[in-house]
Unconditional design. Structure first.
Length: 295
């Protein structure tokens, strides 16, 4: 799989997220060894990973794969972390499942890179068609658990002797899963907030070329919102589909912008949806929208 995205870190720097290639093999290997030496919460020790020659082949295979990827995080031209997804198995009963892992150089912790990598992996897992993303995390690693919970992972069990550390003995593992409610489970014309774009006068006017309805809608929306909305602005094919958008939907709607920033297919996927005041303004007055989001 291939991927590319730029994010702004908490310190203002730009971070490039992209699929790692074979040309990154040495840098990826070096940061892998570094991060695994910095914490006892990861699976392997640095001395268990001694052959960088396999890294180029590994990254090449991930890039060519339709359902697996290794994403690197690059700051100021330096790879400082990585995250990836891989299939649990290819047999029919388990091919809906993928596992996930991420690691970041300690010098770049608390800048938002771990979250960005996590959200990128979730996005790729959805595109690959997985129904469930899974991970295991050491129970003492509360910062990681808090991150995973915030993006929707839920705990489904614990293994009290999941890891046996050289330094601290038995480590309990928390088993977590994220159900991936992709667009295939929801009509593409349902907006991020749950409203049905198919019933929106702006879309109806656009797809039918109905200028009379455009003028009527612009007048009504101008009165309701206290701002001037011209008929030319009434041009939209839907909140979540490619194509024309009204100026509000394109760049001003706080719900759409929030969902896009979190790489969500819709607000029903958000772990905080039940406490979200923005979405509450919609679903409190529209039971259909609530049902569309499965809240």
């Amino acid at each position: 799989m291939e991927y590319f995205k730029e994010v702004i870190l908490k310190d203002g720097r730009r971070c490039v997220l992209r699929n790692g290639t074979e040309n990154d093999s040495k840098a990826v290997f070096d940061v892998f060894v570094l991060t695994h030496a910095q914490t006892d919460y990861l699976l392997t020790y640095p001395d268990e990973t001694t052959d960088p020659s396999h890294e180029a082949e590994y990254l090449r295979a991930k890039t060519q794969s339709p359902d697996e990827i290794e994403i690197v995080a690059e700051v100021d031209g330096i790879i400082v972390g990585s995250g990836g997804i891989g299939h649990v198995g290819k047999r029919e009963k388990v091919r809906h499942r993928a596992d996930f892992g991420v690691s970041v150089d300690m010098a770049f912790w608390r800048l938002g890179i771990g979250r960005a990598l996590t959200e990128a992996c979730i996005e790729c897992a959805k595109k690959a068609g997985y129904a469930q993303l899974e991970l295991e995390a050491v129970a003492e690693n509360e910062a990681a658990l808090e991150l995973y919970r915030s993006v929707g992972f839920v705990e489904y069990g614990r293994n009290p002797k999941g890891f046996r550390s050289r330094y601290s003995g038995w480590q309990e593992l928390v088993l977590m899963r994220l159900e991936l409610k992709g667009d295939e489970k929801m009509k593409e014309l349902i907006a991020y907030c749950g409203l049905d774009c198919e019933k929106c006068d702006a879309r109806i006017a656009t797809v039918n070329g109905d200028d009379e309805l455009r003028t009527k809608t612009a007048k009504l929306w101008s009165e309701l919102n206290g701002v001037e909305i011209t008929p030319e602005m009434i041009n939209c094919v839907g909140c979540r589909v490619d194509g024309a958008k009204t100026p509000y939907c394109e760049s001003l709607c706080p719900i759409r912008q929030c969902a896009l920033s979190k790489s969500l297919s819709h607000c029903g996927e958000c772990a905080d949806v039940k406490n979200c005041g923005k979405v509450a303004m919609i679903i409190s007055n529209n039971e259909e929208a609530r049902k569309n989001l499965s809240i």
